[in-house]
Design a protein around this ligand. Structure first.
Ligand code: BMA
Length: 370
C-alpha cells in the first residue's frame, strides 16, 4: 500500500506540472499525451518515489517445468504477484517468422502484452536480429567488420530498414481492448560495448553504430508510432568510465532511458565494480541528460550465489536507485538457465524478502486501478 500511495503522489505532481505548463500557453489546446509520454511519466514517477519496478524476461510464456500455461508465472508462483515489467524479445521478427528466436509465437506474445498491460503492468522489448550477411544468429560475428560493411552497402542498409519496419509493424499491432496503442519500451542494439553481437564494439565506428539507431528510428517514425520509449543499454564490457558509457550514445532525441546491462558471474567484488562503473554512468547520464536510469538487464544464472536478490541486487539498487531492473529468463529446456527462483528452489524466501522491500515494486504495486 505504501508503495502505491507514493507513486500516485508523484504521478499527481507530474500530471499537474504538465497541465500547468500547458495553461501558460494561450495558444495551446488540450493535447492528449501520447502513450509513450504517459509511460515516461510513469517511469519518472517511480524514480521520483525511490521505487524500482522489477522485470522478468518472458515471464508469462514459460518457466521451470511449464510452457504456455494460461496466466502462469514463476515470479507469481513464488511471490504471489506478477513482475511489474515483462520483457519480450523480437528476434526473427525481421524474417517474418511466426515464432521468435526462443520459440515464443508472436501471436502469443502480442496477446500476453495486452494482458499484462490490462493488469496494470509494463511491457518492454529487446531484439536479437540475425546477421544480415549470413542469416546466422546475433552472435555470429564471423563477418568481421559487420557494421562497417553494412553501412558501405546500400542494399544492406535497405535490408536493415525493412527489418526495423517489421519490428515497428509488430509494435504498431499492440492494442488494448479499446483499440488504443499499448506503450512499450524498446531496447534495440543492446550490449553494443561487448564483442559478442554483430553490432558490437569491434564491428564498426561509433558513427556507424549511431546510423543503426537512425535507420531503426526512421522506420518507427515513418509509421507514426507514438507508443515507444527508447532504451540505450551498453554492457559493462569496455565500460570503465562515463566517457566509455557515452561513447556510442545516439543522442538525446533518440533515447528516453539510460540503461545498463550488468550480469553477476559469481564474484561479488567484480559485480560491484561493474555496477559502479556502468550503472553509475547510467545514473549520471540520466541526471545530466534529463532521462530515466535503469538496470536494463542483470541476473545471476542458476542463482549460484545464495540470497542473490537480497545480498547482491538490493545493495546495488540502494547504491544506484533506478526506475526499473530486469532479469533474464527461466528457461525450461536449458538446464540451469534461470534467473528467478521457482517453487521448490532454495532461493524462494530470499526472493520473497526482495519482493517485500518498500523500494521494490511488482505488478500490483504499480497498478493505478488498485
Ligand atoms: C540468451 C540466452 C539464450 C537466448 C537469448 C535470446 O541470454 O537466454 O538462450 O536464446 O538470450 O533470448
Amino acid at each position: 500500500m505504501k508503495k502505491i500511495s507514493l507513486i500516485f503522489a508523484a504521478l499527481a505532481i507530474a500530471a499537474c506540472t504538465a497541465g500547468c505548463s500547458q495553461k501558460n500557453n494561450a495558444e495551446s489546446t488540450a493535447v492528449e499525451p501520447s502513450p509513450a509520454d504517459m509511460l515516461i511519466t510513469r517511469l519518472q514517477a517511480f524514480a521520483d518515489s525511490g521505487l524500482t519496478a522489477f522485470g522478468h524476461h518472458d515471464d508469462t510464456a514459460y518457466g521451470i517445468s511449464w510452457e504456455y500455461a494460461a496466466d502462469s508465472s514463476d515470479v507469481k508462483a513464488v511471490t504471489g504477484d506478477y513482475p511489474a515489467i515483462i520483457n519480450w524479445d523480437l528476434g526473427l521478427v525481421e524474417l517474418d517468422s511466426a515464432r521468435q528466436l526462443d520459440g515464443v509465437p508472436f501471436d502469443f506474445m502480442r496477446a500476453e502484452i495486452a494482458k499484462h498491460h490490462a493488469r496494470g503492468g509494463i511491457n518492454s522489448l529487446s531484439w536479437h536480429p540475425v546477421n544480415p550477411f549470413t542469416g546466422g544468429s546475433s552472435w555470429d560475428v564471423s563477418t568481421g567488420a559487420t557494421l562497417t560493411r553494412i553501412m558501405a552497402d546500400s542494399a544492406m542498409v535497405d535490408t536493415l530498414a525493412a527489418w526495423a519496419g517489421r519490428a515497428a509493424d509488430f509494435v504498431a499491432s499492440l492494442r488494448d481492448a479499446d483499440g488504443r496503442r499499448i506503450p512499450v519500451m524498446f531496447r534495440p542494439w543492446h550490449e553494443h560495448t561487448g564483442t559478442w553481437f554483430w553490432w558490437g564494439i569491434n564491428s564498426g565506428t561509433p558513427e556507424e553504430y549511431v546510423r543503426l539507431w537512425e535507420i531503426t528510428r526512421k522506420a518507427f517514425d515513418d509509421r507514426g508510432l507514438d507508443n515507444v520509449v527508447w532504451v540505450y543499454s551498453p554492457d559493462k564490457s569496455n565500460v570503465d568510465t562515463y566517457d566509455d558509457y557515452m561513447s556510442r550514445y545516439p543522442g538525446d532525441e533518440y533515447v528516453d532511458v539510460m540503461g545498463a546491462d550488468v550480469y553477476h558471474f559469481g564474484n561479488e567484488e567484480e559485480f560491484d565494480r561493474w555496477i559502479d562503473a556502468t550503472l553509475g554512468s547510467a545514473v549520471r547520464a540520466a541526471r545530466e541528460h534529463g532521462k530515466i536510469a535503469a538496470l536494463s538487464e542483470t541476473g545471476c544464472e542458476g542463482l549460484k550465489v545464495d540470497n542473490w536478490y537480497m545480498q547482491s541486487l538490493l545493495p546495488a539498487l540502494q547504491r544506484w536507485p533506478v526506475a526499473f531492473v530486469t532479469v533474464w529468463r527461466n528457461c525450461p529446456v536449458k538446464p540451469g538457465h534461470f534467473y528467478v527462483p521457482y517453487p521448490g528452489h532454495p532461493g524462494e524466501q530470499d526472493f520473497r524478502d526482495f519482493h517485500d522491500q518498500p523500494s521494490i515494486a511488482f505488478c500490483s504495486d504499480i497498478n493505478e486501478d488498485k
